[in-house]
Design a protein around this ligand. Structure first.
Ligand code: DSN
Length: 407
């Protein structure tokens, strides 16, 4: 019996049920993944007991001899992994990290340019309901009719609005990002370039997606998506921005660092440097390509006709009409297939009732799914989309598939 089971059976049972859900459903949420046991051990370690405001060697509390070493290790590994001049490993998650970057680089009211949320951007890239849209002046680029970023449009907008910051990197974009082109445009208009690589950082670390360095001024990534670490984020930047970024994290926006998570990040960074991680990242890409192709082969349209990364967008409009994403995601859940509804480019339906689905392969890949299994997954998804009545039968196939592959 574990201590938790003995002391609080209610919480223990809920955790056990969630663990079972993760092993008996197909999880295709593009931002989710499974971290290693080593990462989870560091996450639940005694390091969470310690307060350590400040940075290694410059703390406001005593007793940080080992915490300093842990944070320095995480910093060194993050710099090595991404080829960065400076790393701050304290951000607790992606949105607060982006908040700190705005605090470091902009003044309230400053104009910036980012991807429209409806086209695949993130809330923190200028949504009117987010700090980024409330405190700053957002301008947005989108995608063309075929779903691709049009760098000529980005360039034209940048020259027109003269932003202080240009953001590349997106939450629902399936194609490779040309960081160098974004940096060139930023330089032309005297802006800084922030690359939010939260979704693709595992692929970047494995050398399977273009790196934002050396072109980009500041890079932010969460650590729990394709990178397969603990929940959290890091900020990487050129040395010239190091002091501003560090000050914006502490004391600007955060207090005591979550030292347990910093240790877990260090563990994940070491894992990401291994040949096994490269193999995993390669498999994520292969699986995403096979999923996209299988869906298209079964008559399910995929935005941009495929994917270069770990995710793809399904456009349901032609088959089901507009606004059917949420309903279809719920239907798929009854079959044990977990994904999220998502807007598609030029979606006539509102964001809370969008016309597409976002599907990603990081978690299934970590659980051992390879091309042939993913092909089966694609066929199951297509069959439910085309005929809701088959959902109960598909649920059985999903259970069989999970029992065969997931440990
Ligand atoms: N919620 C994350 C995602 O699903 O992409 C982004 O913050």
């Amino acid at each position: 019996m574990t201590a938790l089971q003995e002391q609080d059976e209610t919480v223990y049972d809920l955790i056990e049920k969630e663990a079972k859900r993760q092993k008996t459903t197909l999880n295709l949420i593009a931002s989710e993944n499974i971290s290693s046991r080593a990462v989870r051990e560091a996450t639940s370690s005694v390091l969470s007991h310690k307060y350590s405001e400040g940075y290694p060697g410059k703390r406001y509390y005593q007793g940080n001899e080992f915490i300093d070493q842990v944070e320095q290790l995480a910093i060194d590994r993050a710099k090595q992994l991404f080829g960065a001049e400076h790393a701050n490993v304290q951000p607790i998650s992606g949105s607060p990290a982006n908040f700190s970057i705005f605090l470091a680089l902009l003044e309230p009211g400053d104009a910036f340019l980012g991807m429209d949320l409806a086209c695949g951007g993130h809330l923190t890239h200028g949504s009117p309901v987010n700090f980024s849209g409330k405190l700053y002046k957002p301008h947005h680029y989108g995608v063309d009719k075929n779903g691709f970023i049009d760098m000529d449009e980005v360039k034209q907008l940048a020259h027109q609005v003269k932003p202080k910051l240009i953001i590349s990197g997106h939450s629902a974009y399936a194609r490779e990002i040309d960081f160098e082109a974004f940096s060139t445009i930023a330089q032309e208009v005297g802006a800084l370039h922030l690359a939010d690589i939260s979704h693709i950082s595992g692929l970047v670390a494995a050398g399977l997606h273009k790196s934002p360095f050396p072109h980009t001024d500041v890079v932010m990534t969460t650590t729990h998506k394709t990178l397969r670490g603990p929940r959290g984020a890091i900020i990487l930047c050129k040395q010239e921005h190091a002091q501003a970024i560090d000050k914006a994290i502490f004391p600007g926006s955060q207090g005591g660092p979550h030292n347990n998570l910093i240790a877990a990040k260090a563990v994940a960074f070491q894992e990401a440097m291994s040949p096994a991680f490269k193999k995993y990242a390669h498999q994520v890409l292969q699986n995403a390509k096979v999923l996209a192709q299988t869906l298209m082969d079964h008559g399910i349209p995929v935005v941009t006709g495929g994917t270069d990364n770990h995710l793809l967008l399904v456009d349901l409009q032609g088959l089901l009409g507009p606004g059917k994403g949420a309903q279809t995601a719920k239907l798929l859940e009854t079959a044990g297939i977990i994904c999220n509804a998502n807007s598609v480019p030029y979606d006539p339906a509102p964001p809370y009732k969008p016309s597409g689905l976002r599907l990603g392969t990081p978690m299934l890949t970590s659980q051992g799914f390879t091309e042939q299994d993913i092909q089966t997954v694609g066929v199951l998804i297509a069959s439910v989309i085309k005929d809701p009545k088959v959902a109960p039968q598909v649920r059985k196939s999903v259970l069989d598939l999970c029992a065969r592959i997931i440990q």
